[in-house]
Design a protein around this ligand. Structure first.
Ligand SMILES: *Cc1c(COP(=O)(O)O)cnc(C)c1O
Length: 419
């Protein structure tokens, strides 16, 4: 459920007309709904009410906007970060360092050092080599880094190949069969406090069975480690729960996911950790765009909008579907291709799709754009970096400025031997 609805014929975010935001900020612009974020955060938390101890770390990469992180910090959420930049955002948003999980297969020496200094709550180690490096860094600083070992369970999440992370051929985590040995060796290192295991098999997961299989394998590994005398107090089950992008699309609900987790983790006697991204942020945002012109095609017309693949990369990257809807729908529909202005054929949002009738100058939105939207934006074709707005009831605020091409140009220089 979200708070983007028609009021008097015009699409609103909560009580704010999208047209009003577009007039002031211009287009394209991402618009987030605070109430939707809070609702998702609450529903997800309530899904695990049956578990004794839970820690939820929002996957910052899905939507790193400072205001979004602040909102989630107020909901008691921690953060799952994959870079020093994301860590600093979570800290700037007021998230306690102890609530932050540092994931990622390529944490650099500088990043590990900064995170140890900041007192990050848990490092999810992706290799034995990383653990050894972190141990040396922590010991040299006279600190102890609290860690979980990320395990690759070799389970197929049955999602898009580019966002599948739990198969043996993926770069993430350590091989399941080697995990116990690595955990034992890392546990012996001064500077590290091994406290648990982590797993994350992919994103936009639409079938709970692969997750269930992965969690069962993790439970078996946990038990084996405990039998050997190792402490395993934290089990991080990652993120990945999918969201509906199309009307009527059926996905497992957080409650169904929670019930599966409760069943699998019964008797684990561990803090269960989650790293949700998309399920919290996806349907809490839309991308507002203006139709530049409608161009005649050989079959369907081309609706050329002012948003492009640099603003919303998912269709070009993952063949993803985002609903396209007029801000002031007439009730009529047409079959069209929706494309951006970028000089690539991959800059296509919809092909031969039945959409609301739109004409030049009309506003429209791409739905479910709160996750992996603005965060993946870039300036390809020397376009601006897209701004972000947050709505709260009848008020709204710009939460990320549009970065103009001139600002980016000003960061470049011609060397004196070229002048
Ligand atoms: C991307 C990622 C997540 C979040 O994935 P969602 O599908 O957005 O829930 C969680 N944990 C890790 C380690 C990730 O890389």
């Amino acid at each position: 459920m979200n708070h983007f609805e028609l009021i008097d014929g015009e699409l609103h975010a909560e009580q704010v007309a999208l047209g009003a935001i577009a007039r002031e900020v211009g287009t394209p612009v991402y618009v987030y709904s605070r109430a939707t974020f809070e609702r998702h955060a609450r529903v997800f938390r309530e899904a695990f009410a049956a578990l004794p101890k839970v820690h939820i770390a929002f996957a910052v990469k899905s939507n790193p906007n400072l205001a979004v992180l602040r909102l989630l910090a107020k909901q008691g959420y921690g953060a799952d970060v994959v870079s020093e930049g994301e860590m600093n955002r979570a800290l700037a948003a007021g998230m306690p360092a102890a609530d932050i999980v540092f994931s990622g297969v390529g944490k650099t020496r500088d990043e590990l050092t900064a995170a140890v200094r900041a007192g990050i709550g848990q490092f999810n180690l992706e290799s034995e080599e990383e653990g050894e490096e972190l141990a040396a860094i922590a010991a040299s600083l006279g600190k102890t880094a609290t860690c979980a070992l990320r395990v690759n369970p070799d389970v197929d999440a049955r999602t898009h190949a580019k966002i599948s992370t739990g198969k043996a051929e993926n770069k993430f985590g350590v091989a399941y069969d080697r995990a116990a040995g690595i955990y034992a060796r890392l546990s012996a290192l001064p500077g590290l406090a091994m406290r648990g295991l982590a797993v994350h098999i992919g994103s936009q997961i639409s079938d709970l069975e692969p997750s269930r299989q992965a969690f069962l394998k993790m439970g078996a590994l946990m038990n084996a480690l405990r039998v050997e005398g190792y402490a395993v107090t934290h089990m991080d089950l990652g993120g990945g729960l999918g969201v509906p992008y199309k009307p009527g699309e059926q996905l497992p609900t957080p409650a169904e996911y929670g019930a599966m987790v409760a069943e699998v983790t019964q008797g684990w006697n561990a803090t269960i950790m989650f790293e949700p991204g998309r399920v919290i942020s996806g349907n809490a945002g839309v991308l507002v765009t203006e139709v530049i012109r409608v161009k005649q095609g050989t079959s369907a017309p081309w609706v050329v909008v002012d948003a492009a693949m640099n603003d919303l990369a998912r269709p070009a990257m993952y063949d993803a579907w985002h609903d396209f809807a007029a801000v002031r729908p007439t009730g009529e529909t047409m079959v069209a291709n929706v494309v951006g202005p970028i000089c690539e054929s991959s800059d296509t949002f919809a092909k031969n799709r039945e959409i609301d009738v739109v004409k030049a100058g009309d506003l429209a939105v791409f739905g479910t754009a709160g996750a992996y939207g603005a965060t993946m934006a870039n300036t390809y074709n020397s376009r601006a970096l897209v701004p972000e707005v947050m709505v709260d009831g009848d008020k709204w605020a710009l939460v990320a400025n549009r970065i103009e091409p001139a600002t980016i140009l000003a960061a470049e220089q011609v060397p004196d031997w070229l002048v």
